[in-house]
Ligand binder design. Structure first.
Ligand code: SAH
Length: 604
């Protein structure tokens, strides 16, 4: 029986900065060959029975001979390197020799001292407005540095510089930096034994760091970091800027509740990536559930796919299926009712190359969901609804984006075919919407009252649709934002009851609610989520700070005491309405409160 050889990065020294995988390899090892003085020998204590051998006094051939001997005797060998083996680890020649001999091995990464130093300094090497690059290098020592990489050349870029193996000759380092044109006032720091208990941090500038290091008598085991980032005056990173569209932080266009399904291992892994991006559940057969975080996964017994799909169909606004479209088409076929009721269904392959909007493209939002999925996987959204292909905004899609309700869904198809037939269409819409979506095409005209042409009409408050022979698609504004506050684990029926009381007070019902607002920390409240799902209304949460900025007529001492929030329902309603007028002041129910604010009419 053959053994096993594992190269392990031990981390910067502290016993608890090795990786879990690295520690496990140490625990299982029969022989540990470690890099002498730099590795913390306390790390070896996890495995008292293993044979240990310091490589400090051994030649390359001797080290390799020991490892091979143990390996051939069926033993598990760990070669323990400091930090991460990839930086000055002298592992390349070991890998090469093992490759030549056809001996397999594994490599477990470690926390490099360069990152332990950053942690000690509480700095980031890359800061917007300062530099987006860190150079990891060393001053020339016994090992020469190629001429093109001389410090005086690298330093000229103005990036953050991290120097390994160089603290012994600080003077030549700072001379080289000055020769490269770096200002003497550039911040500099030296971290001795980063992560160890006797860690030491010396801060200064290029002009005085050498003297300070000398005073502190630091001569080895230290990382030098140079650069303006140490002054900590960078700009705000755009990664966390609310309006910055970037990878997962990009705001998703689809606003309803979603679930992701997959049936294979590869599918589950891709599905987990999509579910994280959408912040949705992933629904998997039992046998795959271990692949995904317990927080996200919902499992069904093997063989229960159809049943799980049927449940999700009923309870979700959007389904993302990581599998072949044939499977999905067959499943949907049994359940499809009408485009105004069916959930959005998007199919994608295991690599996420294509996100196909399969069902409920406009009204249900599958086109948007397909775009969201494609942007998460870096794939291509595949849209086949005719108006998307022509680059015209479909009316039901426009309605759903702007919190408008389609009064007569049966007219959607008539209007869509009129568009495709090239007929003139009259629009009675806010000018803003017309300009945004339709003004570019001569097929559409903005008019003040319906005439001979098929038309789309946004009804004013209280105005009713007129019956006529020409197809007219009627839209109504969802007039209100519903603000909800409730105690933890409030009953769905109680929350719904108080919400409906508020609507009654305004003489309206669920069809007029554009959005539900609540406190950010209530975004996981089951009753609020279930209510929102049931009525297909998006939910938005606001932080205590945002809520407290809003003046309200009925502040709640209880909420102030429990959550530090002056008012949840009234303030959240006003915020969700875009700053609209409070139409129904706070109504108190059992364990829940509700308020309504009028949606501001400026289109997003
Ligand atoms: N592979 C290691 C580096 C090995 S070279 C890693 O990734 O960290 C050895 C050099 O690493 C030392 O001269 C010193 O510059 C740096 N070093 C290693 N451990 C360190 C520690 N705990 N604190 C600061 N520098 C350290």
């Amino acid at each position: 029986m053959k053994g096993k050889i594992t190269f392990v990065g031990a981390g910067p020294g502290a016993e608890d900065l090795i990786t879990i995988r690295g520690k496990k390899a140490l625990e299982e090892a029969d022989l540990i060959v470690y890099a002498g003085s730099l590795v913390n020998e306390k790390l070896l204590d996890v495995n008292p029975s293993a044979r240990k051998c310091s490589s400090a006094s051994l030649s390359f051939e001797e080290i390799l001979a020991r490892m091979l001997e143990a390996y051939r005797a069926g033993k598990k060998v760990v070669r323990l390197h400091t930090g991460d083996p990839a930086m000055y680890g002298a592992v390349a020649e070991q890998y090469r020799e093992l490759d030549r001999l056809g001996v397999p091995y594994e490599v477990v990464p470690g926390v490099s001292s360069v990152f332990a130093a950053a942690a000690a300094l509480k700095t980031e090497f890359t800061m917007p407005g300062i530099t987006q690059t860190a150079i990891l290098t060393r001053a020339a020592g016994r090992t020469p540095v190629p001429e093109a990489e001389e410090l005086s050349k690298l330093a000229a870029h103005g990036t953050t510089l991290c120097l390994f193996l160089s603290v012994g000759d600080m003077k030549s380092v700072t001379d080289a930096l000055l020769a490269a044109g770096r200002s003497p006032a550039t911040p500099a720091a030296v971290v001795y034994r980063a992560g160890w208990e006797n860690e030491k941090i010396i801060r200064g500038t290029i002009s005085d760091i050498a003297d300070r290091v000398k005073e502190a008598s630091v001569k080895r085991q230290a990382m030098i970091v140079i650069g303006e980032v140490l002054a900590r005056s960078g700009e705000m990173s755009s990664l966390y800027n609310r309006n910055f569209a970037h990878g997962y932080r990009k705001r998703n266009a689809f606003s309803g509740s979603t679930a992701v399904f997959a049936l294979t291992r590869e599918g589950a892994l891709k599905g987990a990536e999509i579910a994280a991006g959408l912040d949705s559940r992933i629904i998997l057969p039992q046998k795959l559930s271990h692949l995904v975080s317990r927080e996200r996964v919902v499992t069904y017994p093997d063989g229960g796919f159809q049943e799980a799909f049927r449940k999700a169909w009923e309870s979700c606004d959007g389904l993302v299926m990581v599998m072949s479209s044939g499977i999905v088409v067959r499943m949907c076929a049994e359940l499809c009712r009408h485009k105004s009721a069916d959930p959005a269904v998007v199919v994608t392959d295991e690599e996420g190359n294509h996100a196909i909007s399969l069902l409920s493209g406009h009204l249900g939002g599958a086109n948007r969901l397909a775009r969201d999925v494609a942007s998460i996987t870096n794939g291509t959204p595949v849209l086949t609804t005719a108006s998307d292909v022509r680059g015209i905004m479909a009316f039901d899609e426009m309605a759903s984006r702007h919190a408008l309700r389609v009064v007569n869904p049966e007219a959607i198809v008539q209007l869509a075919s009129a568009v495709l037939e090239g007929k003139k269409i009259d629009l009675i819409l806010p000018e803003e919407l017309y300009r945004r979506y339709y003004a570019d095409s001569p097929q559409y005209s903005l008019v003040s009252s319906p005439g001979e042409n098929p038309a789309v009409v946004l009804l004013e408050n209280g105005e009713e649709p007129r019956s006529c022979k020409i197809p007219v698609l009627y839209l109504k504004r969802k007039r209100f934002a519903l603000g909800i506050g409730c105690r933890r684990n409030a009953e769905l029926s109680q929350v719904e009851e108080v919400a409906e009381k508020a609507m009654e007070a305004a003489g309206t019902d669920w069809s007029a609610i554009a959005v539900i607002g609540t406190a950010e920390l209530k975004l996981d409240e089951p009753a609020i989520l279930q209510m929102a799902f049931a009525h297909s209304i998006p939910v938005t949460g606001y932080s205590a700070e945002e809520l407290n900025r809003i003046e309200v007529p009925d502040p709640s001492p209880a909420a102030m005491e429990k959550l530090g929030i002056r008012s949840v329902s009234e303030a959240a309603a006003i915020l969700a309405s875009g700053g609209g007028r409070l139409a129904v002041r706070k109504i108190k129910g059992c364990g829940a409160t509700a308020a309504l604010a009028e949606m501001q009419q400026n289109e997003k």
